[in-house]
Design a protein around this ligand. Sequence first.
Ligand code: SIN
Ligand code: FE2
Length: 217
Amino acid sequence: MTGDLFAGLARDPSVERITEGALLLRAFVSEEEAAQLMAGIETVLAASPLRHMQTPGGFRMSVAMSNCGRFGWVTDRRGYRYQSLDPLAERDWPPMPDAFMALAVRAAETAGFAGFDPDACLVNRYDPGARMSLHQDKNEQDMAQPIVSVSLGLPATFLFGGMARTDKPQRMRLESGDVVVWGGAARLAFHGIDTLRDGEHALTGRCRYNLTFRRAR
Ligand code: SIN
Ligand code: FE2
């Protein structure tokens, strides 16, 4: 018995199959990696700040976003797309930190997608009340490469549906350090995040960060 108060809080890594082509890697990110990712987020956001983008229909997204890597995902009245220019900072997106790339490649490989070579990383910040409605990630050119999605901070409810918007989604709780990887038969599955509940997390404070890695071009 060590009497360590925190010993009971560390979760053991495990792998759950969501559906064909989609895996949930629980507690995949170590504490050390999580700290490196947070430092990377800080560096990225200093160059390309978070902002609430507009949907093509003119709605303000509740999730605040930025990007790093060769390409960044943006939305405005002209539509959804990837571009190398950050329209807010008026320069290219910052490079993907090494720790981001290493984790994304390791997660993809663990899920059976060797050779993942992401050129885009979307940084999402959810404050309490923010949500992301069901959507497909379909602005990428190479659908052979998977999506790798990393959760940090406050827990969230992930919705993972099928190939049709009307398919009833599975609901699963994502905690800090969890990684979801989907590709192959699941690459175009509808997914989203239910309204974030208020709380406080040691790593992030009162929010959740999500890093979504993709091969855009
Ligand atoms: C996304 O689909 O871009 C984000 C998913 C998440 O926040 O976990
Ligand atoms: Fe998505």
